[in-house]
Design a protein around this ligand. Structure first.
Ligand code: ADP
Ligand code: MG
Length: 460
């Protein structure tokens, strides 16, 4: 029974924060008991570091979701600590958690959750603009997101943000939500992951509550739909959503979508809905380059009162390339390990902790592979791309290649320049800036870049 409750909580936590957070933080926790009279829930953590971290970062989530599961409204969460064997455990968990865990949250399980989620609980409060690091890979999405908090419904409606997993879409959507709530406490904001929307709709039909469902969505001023690709192949849900979209849009309510791909590329959705997704501004988030990854690591560390040395941040950033969620996981592991063993965070320690990571890492993305991929997708030979031919289209392919090299590898501008026979770093810099500005305006180029990056990641 106790075990079931904790497992249910893990399911929710996984849904909200992803498997890595669950594996790193919650897996080692034991639900000891709860006290309805005094409104207390007792948990056992392996040590104070973990319990502090959880209290600080996930305290509200525990209160809300665990509270709901044990039927105590806003319980006090009390940790009982147990300083043992965690070092070994951390190293062990590295092995299992760096393998992508299957989502074990099936729709069936989710709908069986009896108590509905409360709206405000879905907001994760550390997902704010303040904690969001802006780099070339996300600057446009960030600017758009920030702008709509000032003028909701007026500038970009809908705003559509797409990008690969773990690159900050959910963070941005929640940042919008939090900021708008701060700006105006009266505005009704609804953040809803699309899969949850689907379940909600199915339940509304099943329990004959469709009217209430519609009413709920008519009342919102700002609707944020995360991972909208999950409504693909759900015709009835799409139909319902289409009407919600239209009525909100007509009332100039702000709508924001995130997705793992751009609208034209979402399969199994009705054409009229697809076209609406792209009515406003479509913008994307790329894989961050090493400088941004380092900046993110430093910021995350600082948020936890830790100052990372440059070489340390660099080393962690080198281990994790394509996904910020994993980057964060690596940092957490390093910090936890350092704290538990009471060692200073050094490059050696990082290597010690993350070595499993590397051994399991997929073959890395090399300059050669990028060149080959661009060649494949642009139709120009690698030789032509590497050459100094000034033909406009070839030059574009060349600049795209440089741009992707900078964003997906740890090579310096100089390394990249040398790869292109004798170009210096300023040429490369110039090319990158050019592509950055082009993709802000030209969606074909942006789509091409995206496609190449996706292909590189897929075959990693
Ligand atoms: P997505 O929704 O695109 O899969 P998330 O928004 O869940 O990705 O981001 C994964 C993790 O990476 C989150 O913990 C988030 O806070 C962090 N993250 C992503 N982008 C940034 C950023 N630019 N600055 C700080 N943290 C970030
Ligand atoms: Mg997300």
């Amino acid at each position: 029974m106790v075990h079931d409750i904790w497992n249910q909580f893990l399911t929710i936590a996984r849904e909200e924060f992803g498997s890595r957070v669950v594996e790193t933080w919650f897996r080692a926790i034991v639900l000891v008991r709860w006290d309805i009279l005094h409104k207390e829930v007792y948990l056992k953590a392996p040590n104070a570091f973990i319990s502090d971290w959880i209290q600080k970062n996930y305290g509200t989530v525990l209160q809300v979701h665990l509270g709901r599961l044990v039927t105590i409204d806003k319980p006090r969460i009390i940790f009982v600590n147990n300083e043992q064997a965690i070092v070994a455990q951390l190293k062990e968990s590295e092995l299992s958690s760096s393998i992508a865990l299957p989502m074990d949250v099936t729709p069936a399980k989710k709908t069986s959750m009896k108590v509905p989620y409360k709206k405000s609980l879905l907001h994760s409060h550390d997902y704010s603009f303040d904690t969001f690091v802006v780099g070339p890979h996300n600057s446009l999405a960030y600017a758009a997101a920030h702008a709509i908090t000032e003028k909701p419904g007026k500038l970009y409606n809908p705003l559509f943000i797409y990008g690969g997993s773990g690159l900050g879409k959910t963070h941005l959507l929640n940042a919008i939500s939090n900021k708008m709530q701060q700006n105006n406490g009266d505005v009704v904001i609804l953040y809803q992951p699309a899969d949850r929307f689907v379940n909600e709709f199915i339940n509304a039909i099943r329990f004959d509550k469709i009217h209430r469902f519609q009413e709920k969505y008519q009342r919102v001023d700002v609707l944020l739909i995360d991972d909208v690709q999950f409504i693909s192949n759900k015709e009835q849900t799409q139909e319902a959503f289409f009407h919600i979209f239209n009525s909100l849009y007509e009332l100039r309510k702000q709508i924001v979508f995130s997705s793992d791909t751009f609208p034209q590329n979402i399969k199994g959705i009705a054409e009229r809905l697809r076209s609406r997704l792209a009515w406003g501004l479509v913008t994307d988030i790329y894989t961050p380059g090493i400088e941004t990854r380092i900046a993110i690591l430093k910021k995350k560390a600082l948020l936890n009162n830790e100052i990372l040395e440059d070489d340390v941040a660099q080393r962690i950033a080198e281990y994790t390339i394509s996904n910020i969620r994993e980057l964060e996981g690596a940092l957490i592991r390093v910090m936890a390990y350092a704290s538990l063993t009471q060692k200073k965070i050094t490059v050696e320690l990082v290597e010690d902790v993350l070595q499993h990571h590397q051994s399991k890492q997929k073959p890395s993305i090399t300059l050669d592979r990028i060149l080959r991929e661009v060649s494949k997708q642009s139709g120009y030979t690698p030789d032509a791309i590497q050459s100094k031919v000034r033909n406009k289209d070839i030059a574009l392919a060349r600049h795209i290649t440089m741009f992707i090299m900078k964003s997906m590898t740890d090579k310096s501008l100089r390394d990249i320049g040398e790869f292109f026979t004798g170009r210096d770093h300023s040429t490369v810099m110039h090319a990158i800036e050019k592509i950055e500005s082009i993709i802000k305006n030209k969606s074909e180029v942006s789509i091409l870049v995206r496609r190449i990056q996706d292909a590189l990641q897929r075959f990693e």
